[in-house]
Design a protein around this ligand. Structure first.
Ligand SMILES: Cc1cc2nc3c(=O)[nH]c(=O)nc-3n(C[C@H](O)[C@H](O)[C@H](O)COP(=O)(O)O)c2cc1C
Length: 365
């Protein structure tokens, strides 16, 4: 998901010939791609070299001239991040490269503050670049082609964009699984939605069972370890998430308490009407053939009615639905772990595709 920073950065250009020059650059484009893991988030920015402005025309011409930025031949100054790391002091630093006059050199960008306030994402950044110290893409270049740059910028992302950011998973597959059956279905649902071109995020909900209980079941304990890396669905962070496909094993004919707990924490968003008019769907697994698959999905859909959601079920809209035979949502009978997901996975892929295809017909659902 991309957030576009609109503010112009203020810049400080420093070079041997000119001494220290304070001025501003116009930001041509900038994007911050916020990943589930901050370390994988990416920042990209382009400023116009020719836009450098101090208010003193002669000084500006000097900075833009071939002896410094050479703005006519190299109009763009680019920053591209390669990753983010959190220091011992808790401060995030974005590592990346800065290209000035066609020369690329390492650059470090520290995030001074990042906050959601008054419906806007506010962040303050400081960047320091010392291209002369690092390798360049053109070692034969003129020595003055290595200006050192520093800049501080603040970006405020307006509310609609914040919402867009938080809707980042165009489709969120949010599930609970103890022993892996529903997890496998979730992956297939996600695969289907991706095949249909959707941006998908797979999220598991928090485990509520005590460790002692988990430890008594080898398959449960192993699955917990195996899926540690899958991010947790967090209603605070994935607040608006437009399209949700929920997955839960049947628990006495009902939704597992872990997924129900997640749904119950959506009250604040429900009160703001933010969950209405969105697309929802569901899938499940039982141990036995008449163990309550429909009742589980209908119970799940009860909540969706309260949210004012739009339920998209697979019905029998594709021959593959005769594999699992449940029009309410993909369902698998696992025979207490004895029956692999196999054919049901095809129905799950189809459900993901169908939800993505139907979603694409709605502008904001
Ligand atoms: C407390 C509990 C209640 C269950 N209730 C049912 C049930 O009502 N009907 C059924 O067929 N299976 C029931 N099961 C079995 C699971 O729903 C089934 O094994 C499911 O496929 C497990 O999915 P998972 O591997 O994703 O955890 C229950 C299991 C537990 C632990």
């Amino acid at each position: 998901m991309l957030v576009y920073a609109r503010n112009n950065p203020s810049g400080i250009a420093v070079c041997d010939d000119l001494g220290r020059v304070n001025g501003t650059f116009a930001l041509e484009s900038a994007s911050i791609s916020v990943a589930e893991s901050v370390a994988e988030s990416a920042v990209h920015a382009v400023v116009a070299a020719g836009s450098f402005h101090t208010g003193a025309a002669r000084r500006d011409d000097q900075v833009r001239s071939p002896s410094f930025l050479d703005a006519d031949r190299h109009p763009a100054i680019r920053f591209e991040s390669s990753g983010a790391v959190r220091g011992d002091d808790g401060v995030w630093t974005v590592e990346g490269s800065l290209t000035v006059r066609g020369h690329r050199a390492p650059l470090r960008l520290s995030i001074d503050s990042l906050a959601l306030r008054d419906g806007s994402l506010r962040l303050s950044l400081t960047l320091t670049a010392h291209p002369t110290a690092g390798p360049t893409t053109n070692p034969t270049a003129h020595p003055t082609a290595h200006p050192a740059l520093g800049a501080a910028t603040r970006a405020v992302v307006p509310a609609e964009e914040e919402e867009d950011l938080l809707m980042s998973p165009k489709i969120a597959v949010i599930y609970y699984s103890s022993t892996g059956t529903v997890h496998e279905l979730a992956e297939s649902v996600a695969e289907g939605a991706r095949k249909e071109g959707a941006e998908v995020r797979l999220l598991r909900v928090a485990e509520l069972a005590p460790e002692e209980a988990i430890a008594t079941n080898e398959a449960w304990a192993a699955h917990m370890v195996a899926t540690e890396d899958i991010p947790r669905g967090d209603p605070g962070r994935h607040r608006v998430g437009g399209r949700r496909i929920f997955g839960s094993p049947t628990r006495f004919g009902n939704v597992a308490s872990q997924l129900k707990q997640f749904i119950d924490t959506l009250g604040g968003l429900w009160a703001q009407g933010k969950l209405a008019d969105k697309i929802y769907s569901g899938f499940t697994a039982t141990a036995t053939a008449h163990g309550g698959q429909e009742s589980t999905l209908l119970a799940l859909y009860n909540s969706v009615h309260h949210l004012g959601g739009i339920i998209v079920t697979p019905g029998y809209t594709d021959p593959v639905k005769f594999a699992d035979g449940n029009p309410y949502g993909t369902s698998h009978v696992n025979g207490q772990g004895a029956i692999p997901v196999d054919d049901t996975a095809l129905a799950a892929v189809y459900q993901g595709k169908r939800v993505a295809a139907v979603t694409a017909r709605f502008k904001n659902a």
